[in-house]
Structures are given as C-alpha cells and as structure tokens.
Unconditional design. Sequence first.
Length: 642
Amino acid sequence: MSGTITEKILKQHIVQGNAVIGEEVALKIDHTLTQDATGTMSYLQFIAIGIDRVKTELSVSFLDHNTLQTDFKNPDDHLFLQSAAAKYGLYYSRPGNGICHQVFVERFAQPGKTLIGSDSHTPTSGGMGCFAIGAGGLDVAAAMAGQAIRIKYPKVVGVKLTGKLSDWVSAKDVILEVLRRINVKGGVGKVLEYIGPGVKNLSVPDRATIANMGTETGSTTSIFPSDEVTKKFLEAQGRGEQWQEIMPDENAQYDEIIEIDLSELEPMVALPHSPGSVKTVREVAGLKVDQVGVGSCTNSSLRDLKVVANALKGKTVATNLHMTVSPGSRQVVEHLIDSGEMKYLIQAGARILENACGPCVGMGAAPCSAGVSVRTFNRNFKGRSGTKDAQVYLVSPETAAATALTGVLTDPRDLGEYPEPEMPEKFFVNDNMIIEPLPYEDAKKANVIYGPNIKPLPTFSPLPDVLKGEALIKLGDNMTTDDIIPAGAKILPLRSNVPEISKYVLEAFDNGNFYKRALEKNGGFIIAGDNYGQGSSREHAALAPKYLGIKAVIVKSFARIHLANLINFGIVPLTFENPSDYDKIEPGDSLEIEIGNLKSEVFLNNITKGTKIKLLHTLSELDAEILKVGGKLPWIKKNIAN
Ligand code: MIC
Ligand code: SF4
C-alpha cells in the first residue's frame, strides 16, 4: 500500500511502530469526542489518571444519548459531564444541540486530523477526510491524557466509485451495497477508503452517511478524500480556513479494490436482525409496516430531512403506522424551520422528536409487539429498539418517506418525481449551545459535581497465572454488545453505576440469571462463536462482566473495539486455534487456563471432560502487561507521570 489517504494521514501521526499490515502502531491523537452514555465512565477514568487538563488540540463532550430524564439519573450525569468539561478544558455540546457525529461533522471535524471517540460511529467524520476511530471510553481518556493510541496497522481497501446516484437512490444505499458485499465481518482489520470519479458526486453529508455505517462492516474506519466538495462544505460552515486537500496519489496501491457503479445502484434494505442482511427494496416491497423512524447519526443531516420533508409535502402518513423524525442537530432544525420544510413534516403527521439519538438506542418510540419498524438508522440488532420481538429494517431516508406514505415497505422510485433538495449556500452557524473550554486558571477553581448516580470506579486485582472456573455460558456467532449489555431507557441511565448495570449482563440469555450465577460461582468464562462483541464501543460490555468475575472470553473471533475493551479491563481474550474445539466445551464444564505471562502458548484444560485445547491470542507484549496488572487504568496510573 502506498500513496493512499490512509497512509498519508497515518504517516504524520505514527509515533511508534512500523507501517506494516497487522503490526501495532501508536498514533498521536489530535481530537477526541465522547457522548454521555460512554462519557461518564471516560471522564471518571480520565480523572483517575490524575491529569489536570486535556492534552489534545480539541476535545468535545456531547450530550445526545441519555436525554429522556425519567428520573434524577440522566440529569445527574449531565451535571457531572458539564462540570468535568469545565474543569478539564473541554468543549461541551449541550443536550439539544444534536447527535455527536452530526455536530462533529458540522462544527469540528477537520481533514487530515486523527480523531478518537468513545462511540463506534466516530468514523462518520471520515466523510471529511479525517482519520476517525471508535474506541472504549478508557482509550479516549488515555488520548485526552496525551497518550498515543495503538491500533493494528490496517489493510486499505479502495472502494472505487464511478457514476452518479439516480433519483431516489442515496448514500445509504451505497453503504448497504458495501454491506451486502462484505457483510458484518468483511471490514475487520481494514480501512475502507473511497476513491474514484464517483466521489465528487457525493456531498460531505452523503460521505458521512457512508463512513458512519462502514462501522457495521467491522472496519477500523472509513475515509474519503478532502477535495473541492469538502472545501465548499467547510466554507458553508464558516470554517473554510480549516480545509486542506488530501487526495490519494494517482498510482496509489490498495490491498483490495471494491468497485461500485453508483448509477447502477437501487434502493436497498437491511433485514432483521443484521445490518449485513441486505436485499433490494423491490425484493421485500409490500411488507406491512407499523412504524417509520427517520434520524440517527447515519441519516439526520439537513439534506436527508429535506428529502423526507419534500416527499411528504401535502400528504399524510399512512394510518396503519406512526412516523418519528429525530433531527441530527439544531442547525438542521433551524434550516428546516427557516425554509418552511419543517411544516411539511408536521402537516404530514410526523412526530418530531428531540435532536438526539432517541429511538436508535431504544430511548423511546419502541415498536408495538412483533412490530415492523422501518428505520434510517444503522443497527437493527434484536431487541435494540426496546421491543424484543420487533422486526427492524434499515433503509435510506427516501425509502422511509415512501414507506411512511404507503404504509408498506415501498421502493421510493414509485413516488414519481424526485424532490431534489435545495441546499443553502451558507449554513446557519450559531454555536451558542457549545460551551467553550474555561481558561486554565478558572478551570482549576471549578468543581466536578458527583450526584448519587455517579458511583466510584471499581478496582480490580492483578491476574493470577492460572485462571480457574466454570464455562458459565456458551453463545453463538455475532454476539453484539447490545446482547452483552443492552442500552435503552431502563439501562442507559446506569452507565455511571457499574454495580447496578452489571445486573443486566446477557440479560436476554440464560433466563436473565447470568448475573446471579456469575456472582454465585465467583466468576468464570464466557464461550462464544465468531465476531464476538460486534457493534457499539460501550466498554460496559467488558467492565460489567469483569465486575461479575469473568476471567477470560474464549471465542472463534472478536470484533475490534470489544477486543480492546476486554484487554483494558483485564479480561483475557482468547480464540480457539481450531474453531471446531468450540464444540468441546459445554456450559457447566470446569476449566483451567494457564496463562502465565501470556507470552508462550496457552492451553485450556477441560477438567470435566479431561481434554486439552490449544488457544491463541493476538496480544502484544504491552497488552499482556496491561492484562497482568488488572487492566489499563492501573497500568496508565503506573506509567504516566503527571
Ligand atoms: C450505539 O449506537 O450502539 C451507541 C449507543 O452509540 C454505542 C455507544 C454506547 O453504547 O454508548 C456505540 O455505537 O458505540
Ligand atoms: Fe446515537 Fe444511534 Fe448513532 Fe449510536 S448509532 S451514536 S445511538 S444515533
């Protein structure tokens, strides 16, 4: 690989290691972002590290997930986050200002920078030519403390776009096509870099949609060039001076190439319960629908909502369903109000929700029992909507609008003439919902506010050389972090309270008894199949099991961010050398794993069955060291001088 955008940006940021695929490199991080659901833990950890101010060029704390405020817990978290931002030198985007990724693209993202965010959809800013990666909150805390972030040097896939999208086909259909081809594991260890003559036909928000949902392929990130289109977008946001051109070299070498002719694409849909189960809308059209949801960090830009508003203009949402719209930001809403397009949505009967994640993370608007919900979001994992037996389909804003009008899943091309959205020359720029960092002297005097829902961080002991315990549960492939620790209105408010949230680990499995059994047995092991931990970056999917005494997770393969989170919290991530050995362990088996210093071979003794299984790991020496001391926080505290 040479001359790619990825290589160019990484070259400028690698502070340790060699640019060799699969080898670990440490990257200097310019920008960070957190959101409130992962942010509380991230700032608790940052505070525990003991640094008095963030060391990045720019760090932003967003409030967008936990905004229902059904009791004191969410507002307590908000106060904690606002006071922590004031104390430690961060920008603070107040609740109501919008979804972190949408607002970051509008107001902060810069081409050529590295960004790490405690949310798996941080790659959204790759639409701006920024190298943006999702991570657990502790890794973001470490970056805020000035630590370089380690990643495996990725393969770079050139996604070569040609042609131009047809009317009623949009960016969401492009990423659904990518998912159709490579599915939810196809991006692991890779960066999806978009190139080719078709790129110039996509706006920055289109690119952001594609980069956003690239996360669902398991990729490290996705990235677009920074070109004239990027320049115009930054100028329209009043940030023209932050533009720099970043293009791949003419002869750039890619490890793989995927070719997509935009002109040939048609409306696509991801079927329940995986973003990778993609078909054309035509193949599934006619399905009766109970709910349509427009919004989320994938599809809530001004362009997207304009298309929906104009498709709905003068019509009424079908009587057999209800429709929600969650705008991505206050800037988007201001424009829709000013242009009168908001009226079209309201007159058609769409329910306008807050500028926040909302139904995407199960915070309200759950579908009815066994309901069919058609959403412009990026994830349709079972139960995530808040209704266990709901069937969630993922589509473009165009398909959502057409479906809302007809009441059945509809190819938007059936609607007739396409309402080409008229985009403003300049966006309304009003940052009055973003609180700037306090000057150092004032910040020093500020106090962090800890409400009763903010519990102290649990501490963990160093790992012994031999791990002993029971195989507590055996799970299948593609276990999501929503499976491991669900979100939603009941559980999200517990993110800053580890003892409480731990009660929900694997709640939908084992008849809800996992938590009790794990504690009774003094912890043990989790056994699972491929792609364990796909989905979100929530470190609670590692931290809460650790709190219950989980010592190692033994699987066929891991998703990237979750693997890092397990190491960060001192759970040993192991894989079967021979995947069929998965069949040699039953729940209830008594197991012993000699891990020693994690440098030599690791064997599992199944005491119950009298068998020995060889296990593998991809731990670097540093990972092994971190695991042995009981996790990354104790390691950082030991190794960072204030
Ligand atoms: C998600 O979409 O699953 C979330 C909620 O944004 C998560 C973060 C979290 O669990 O707080 C993510 O994508 O990382
Ligand atoms: Fe929020 Fe949904 Fe985006 Fe996650 S995927 S950041 S919950 S809008």
